[in-house]
Design a protein around this ligand. Sequence first.
Ligand SMILES: [Zn+2]
Length: 396
Amino acid sequence: MRARALTSRRVAAWLAAAATLVLPIARCVQAAGSGPSAGAVSARVTRPLRTRNVILVTVDGLRIQELFTGMDPIVAQKEKRSGIYDLERTRKRFWRDTPEERRAALLPYFWGTLAPQGIVLGDKWKGSSVHPKNPLLFSAPGYMEILTGQYQPDVVSNDVKRYPHSTVLEFVRRELGLGRRQVATIGSWEGFATLSSSEEGAFFTNAGYERIPADMATARMAWLGDLQFEIMALWEEGRSDAVTFNLAVEYLKTQRPRLLYIALGESDDWAHARRYDRLLDYINVFDAYLKTLWETVQSLDGYSGRTTLIVTTDHGRGITPADWVEHDEGIEGSADIWIAVIGPDTPDRGEVAPYPTVHQADVAATLLRFFGLNPGAFNAEAGPPIPAALQADSAP
Ligand SMILES: [Zn+2]
């Protein structure tokens, strides 16, 4: 997440957004018992599900090009413009003859183990598109859309500030009567704390350069707390994802949250720095994070076989050798995102394509469905659950 000063551009983007509020709709029939048509809505959906816990992971600005096709020949062929320092090394690590081989080299655990246990949407070349509804296509509007289920037109900058919009994290805690530590956001940028809830202290957050409070910190958490100030992260806005991720795993093991949001950012950082080699290295590290996370989940009582993982991104980015480093309204490719859902209530389909277009705004309702909660009771304006994500909702 690069907090850049683009005020005039953002105002222009906002005005454009106000003029285009009518969006084309191309999606499956909404799941029964959910959504704004439900009238006097009950918060609960009665259908029993196996999911007890949900872990939401976001990885900032990770493009569909890398996720679905691995090392991108369009970017990589221009050595100077890609910023690849040692092309031979990078090609050896990540270049293969076909897109399927390249993505397996870059994200071996995601494609080899996770995807077959769930669904992945967003491969537009195969007819599956995922788009934000917000037209701004930078971080804060995207995260707010994910967490509130709709485009929030008042979020027009990456300034760290709290908004009055209720989030799924707050809603789940309230509806399920959970303790303050049973819902948590752990993120690399301090903005994740304020974007996560409309009220300060609504649940546990640890975001940006922040230590875990001494009364709950394990020795490892305390050590990571020190280490975050020693690791020179690429930009000053956020701490290393290695700290964030490892704190989150330790939190999972010791605090046993029912809903955990892990918000990572280095994918965006290395891209903005125009270092395609380091971006690929990072994505490969991110894949290892997913392996550690999912193996930890399957090792814990109450989590094994009872946890759904949702992984997505806030925005895409440019597609040319010049502009793959950037993203925003007007940069082609910035609206192409993806979502993966893995867990006991999701069909084992891997990549689902072709598939009707879904939106970033649909993530919130999808998450709530796994808790048996009615998205319409959360936010009548929220996008619908993604039918393919739930066995109970998807076509036979
Ligand atoms: Zn960015």
